[in-house]
Design a protein around this ligand. Structure first.
Ligand code: ATP
Length: 462
């Protein structure tokens, strides 16, 4: 079967994974709300990340920092000044483009040499190049552009009652900076020695010019970031370690070999401060897209903060009796993109014996929004089934469903990716056992109610 975004968006909406944002008011462009199942799925994804990157990690600890930060943070990080995007519009078709990207794409497509990078070009240089080479609009092919305008991707707002320059604050465009500014705090309070890492999960905001592809690129999104601090010279080793660790995490949670790949950045593509960068990409129905950026950022960020804040950001290695600014490996993952990838990967339509087709989400049990469906065969059996629900819902998100014939109820659970259904039937009253059905194999086995906790503990272990 063909997995299309249309099918996935439709299922997401009809089953309560993701709705269009502010829908009753006609929506707000490219905003999305997670519904009753979406919130469970997303929480499970974040929990699975936290479990492997923090809880089970001998190296890492977590933080949860403010979204609003002192604007000096963004001077140090490079987000204020210098790093904003040069935008221009096509006067014919009204599409909006980044002038630098348009020039690069044009030059690559036509085999023209534009030097190492056009990062340092002024607006005038870009405008002149576009004119001289008659760079066409990528959408309509005409040659009629507005001038370039500077555009900063950060959302700006005001803190306090006065709306003047002094009260301007920004919504963070990444969670990383909260980690960097707290590097010394965390190192001191956690008593960690290098190498160690700091993790954070939280919202980030970017006023993206071209959001789209459902939840793949939005202006408000959530990130799961690790900043891993290590000794200079060991950075490439740790870069490779985390690169593998991340891919392994994806595969453990069910992404298949042919759906994920590394895309190493070439020497030209690397940021000036980076020793190595790789994107882990997922094959979405619309093509390969970046899930996870893994970068060796050297000591760039901490040095920048040291320069701007005038605070010492160095670390004293008391075994080697050496002081240095640590190098940083940053694996940065988008929670919403991750959820979308798991949704796409899990989606399947299977032909059953007799020609029926079932839609099924093959989520890894750790990610499934509903873990166990509890189904009394008849409403007469609700009392006994409710006891099973009370028992299992202490540990797992369960759904009780007593409506419709049992086959339809199984299909419904398949469609939302519930890995197990427990059917309470007339025999259950006599033998104290229930039937457990497996979503993927559709096989059923009889399990005693008193053994259910141990049975599921093993099934959900990962
Ligand atoms: P892209 O090239 O797709 O814009 P990026 O290279 O700017 O991404 P990073 O700054 O490396 O992205 O951010 C790290 C991760 O955060 C990305 O790999 C992605 O998973 C997530 N992310 C970044 N921007 C968005 C967005 N607008 N919407 C959803 N997730 C995002």
């Amino acid at each position: 079967v063909e997995k299309t975004m249309d099918k996935i968006v439709a299922l997401a909406k009809s089953r309560g994974f993701v709705y269009p944002g502010s829908e009753i008011y006609g929506g707000l462009a490219n905003t999305w709300d997670y519904g009753n199942l979406g919130v469970e799925l997303k929480n499970n994804v974040k929990r699975a990340w936290w479990q492997k990157f923090v809880q089970e990690s001998p190296y890492n600890v977590g933080v949860d920092c403010a979204i609003l930060m002192n604007p000096q943070t963004w001077v140090a990080s490079g987000h204020l000044g210098g790093f904003s995007d040069p935008l221009m519009d096509c006067k014919e078709c009204h599409e909006r483009f980044r002038a630098d990207k348009m020039i690069e794409d044009f030059a690559h497509a036509n085999g023209l040499d534009i030097g190492d990078s056009i990062d340092g070009w002024s607006h005038e240089q870009m405008e002149a190049y576009i004119k001289e080479h008659e760079v066409p609009c990528p959408t309509c092919g005409k040659h009629n552009f507005t001038e370039i305008r500077e555009f900063n991707l950060m959302f700006k707002t005001f803190q306090g009652v006065t709306e003047d320059a002094k009260s301007v604050v920004y919504l963070r465009p990444e969670t990383a900076q909260g980690i960097f500014v707290n590097f010394k705090n965390v190192q001191r309070t956690s008593r960690k020695k290098i190498p160690f890492g700091i993790c954070q999960v939280g919202k980030s905001f970017r006023n993206e010019i071209t959001p789209g592809n459902f939840t793949f690129r939005t202006r408000e999104f959530e990130q799961m970031e690790l900043e891993f601090f290590c000794e200079p010279g060991t950075d490439l080793e740790w870069f490779n370690y985390w690169k593998k660790f991340c891919l392994n995490w994806l595969e453990t949670l069910g992404l298949k070999d042919d759906e994920v790949r590394y895309r190493d950045h070439s020497q030209e593509e690397l940021s000036h401060y980076s020793n190595a960068t790789t994107d882990i990409e997922y094959l979405f129905p619309f093509g390969w897209g970046e899930l996870w950026g893994v970068a060796d950022r050297t000591n760039y960020d901490l040095t920048q903060h040291q320069n701007v804040s005038k605070q010492d950001m160095s670390y004293f290695d008391d075994e080697k009796k050496e002081k240095y600014i640590p190098y940083v490996i940053e694996p940065s993952l988008g929670a919403d993109r991750m959820v979308l990838a798991f949704l796409c990967s899990a989606y399947d339509e299977e032909e059953l014996e007799g020609g029926d087709v079932r839609t099924v989400l093959h989520f890894h049990p750790a990610l499934a929004p509903v873990k166990i469906g509890i189904l009394p065969l008849s409403k007469k059996l609700n009392e006994g089934a409710e006891k099973v629900y009370a028992l299992l819902s202490k540990k797992y998100n369960c759904e009780f469903d007593d409506r419709g014939n049992i086959g339809k109820r199984y299909r419904r659970q398949d469609e939302i990716g519930t890995p197990f259904c427990v059917t309470y039937d007339f025999d259950s009253e006599e033998d104290g056992a229930v039937t457990v059905r497996d979503r993927d194999t559709m096989e059923q086995e009889r399990v005693r109610i008193e053994d259910l906790e141990a049975y599921f503990a093993e099934k959900f272990d990962w």
